[in-house]
Design a protein around this ligand. Structure first.
Ligand SMILES: [Zn+2]
Ligand SMILES: [Zn+2]
Length: 421
């Protein structure tokens, strides 16, 4: 038994904001209330801390199988636990691609043996994510996938997207798309604009993303399926999502911490600023913050994309896209969104908990009978992120050395403390 005492409980599902105790028994929450007593229970003093439902990350890359030099399920989930995440959804662009039940089962078994937090695999939409034949979606669902995506690439065509959506509709799975028109992308390395011209780096126009979001929303209108837009980065994309929601379509979206924090003006010749989608304009960034505040954006997701130091230590053009993100996600949310007054704290908690849960079609709340997944954090703890201190095997973060106010203080999964600051 674990008794979390005197914390400020923030539970978006019930709109609870009160100083309460939370009692965990076994792998379940058994009681939430004032002045709980539980003789013999281990006590966690959460005075001055926030007690929230366990954070869920809808989008990460754990690199196993096949990319173990950059990350493993073991190292990645230890980093996730430090970031306050109790469950992470891992994208299928591993080697081999998670396009069949045998690969899904391998990930689930590795996670059971080595992971610090829950690992919920996402299956590929097409075999090898090549955009041709459909992947073994139904068999993967039986093996444990929670969604479908060809992330790393977009679902190749509107026709394939229609097939994938029809198929997933019957199975009750959301389709997550990495929205990108590959013909416009054309070998670019950062957002096309004044800064890309100044740096002489090949640019990627913002429409590369929004054209594909528009396509997907149109196809969702045919199919009525659940569409989730991954790592949305532009004002125009947000416009399509807002319009889709207004029409009553089941369209959701996520935004990463780096896209609500940085812009293309921050890009320098440093491959830790190279990610896909690229850092967008200031106007795009401001639009994302509006969307996070007004409910148009459903979740904050990290797109944690570890790359072994050797692979990032090359010229900007040749470096792979992506940055690590678990451990700075909450702190960036607090610094950029809450401490600035853009969002109330409850809304930030929603974007890490009930928001992503709704995208997956599950419940997440602090109530008796629920899984004992809890994230305890401080809104003012002063600390500095040092990538070299991370249990992740990769250190490709543009936030290395940045100081923050607020951090995860404890992460509890199935009743067990898996991280404590
Ligand atoms: Zn992607
Ligand atoms: Zn990704």
């Amino acid at each position: 038994m674990l008794l979390i005492k005197n914390g400020l409980v923030l539970d978006p599902a019930s709109d609870t904001e009160a100083r309460l105790d939370v009692l965990l028994e076994g792998d379940r929450i058994s009681k939430v209330g004032a002045n709980l007593a539980a003789p013999g229970a281990e006590v966690f003093d959460a005075s001055d801390l926030i007690v929230a439902p366990g954070f869920i990350d809808l989008h990460c890359h754990l690199r196993e199988p096949g990319g173990e030099l950059s990350e493993t399920i073991e190292s990645g989930t230890r980093s996730a636990a430090r970031g306050g995440f109790t469950a992470v959804c891992c994208m299928p662009n591993t080697h081999p691609v998670n396009d069949r039940a045998s690969v899904t089962r391998g990930i689930v078994e590795r996670a059971a043996a080595t992971a610090s937090v829950r690992v919920w695999p996402i299956g590929a939409a097409s075999m090898s994510s090549k955009g041709e034949a459909l992947a073994e979606i139904a068999a993967m669902k039986d093996a444990g996938i929670v969604a479908v995506s060809d992330d790393g690439k977009p679902v190749a065509t509107a026709r394939l997207m229609r097939q994938v959506m029809d198929y997933c509709n019957g199975l009750g799975l959301p389709v997550i798309d990495h929205c990108e028109d590959t013909s416009l992308f054309a070998g670019g390395s950062m957002r096309e604009g004044t800064q890309s011209i100044r740096l002489g780096v090949p640019g990627i126009p913002s429409q590369t993303e929004s054209i594909c979001v528009g396509r997907d929303v149109e196809v969702a209108q045919i199919t009525g399926a659940r569409l989730h837009v991954a790592h949305m980065s532009t004002r125009a994309s947000l416009g399509y999502v807002r319009a889709a929601k207004k029409l009553g379509l089941r369209v959701t979206c996520e935004v990463t911490p780096h896209h609500f924090t940085l812009t293309d003006e921050d890009v320098i010749y440093d491959t830790r600023f190279k990610m896909n989608p690229p850092l967008a304009s200031r106007s795009d960034r401001d639009a994302l913050i509006e969307g996070l505040a007004d409910g148009s954006v459903d979740a904050i997701a990290t797109d944690h994309a570890p790359h072994h130091p050797a692979s990032k230590d090359v010229e900007f053009d040749r470096a792979p896209f992506g940055i690590v993100g678990f451990e700075t996600a909450l702190a960036l949310g607090l610094d950029q969104l809450v401490h600035t007054g853009a969002l109330p704290l409850m809304r930030l908690v929603e974007l890490f908990t009930t928001g992503p849960a709704r995208v997956l079609g599950i419940e997440r709340k602090l109530a008796a009978g629920q899984p004992a997944d809890v994230t305890i954090f401080s809104t003012d703890h002063a600390w500095i992120f040092r990538a070299s201190d991370s249990p992740s095997k990769s250190h490709n973060s543009p936030f290395d050395g940045r100081s923050f106010h607020g951090a995860p203080m404890a992460t509890i999964v199935a009743g067990k403390i898996v991280f404590r600051r």
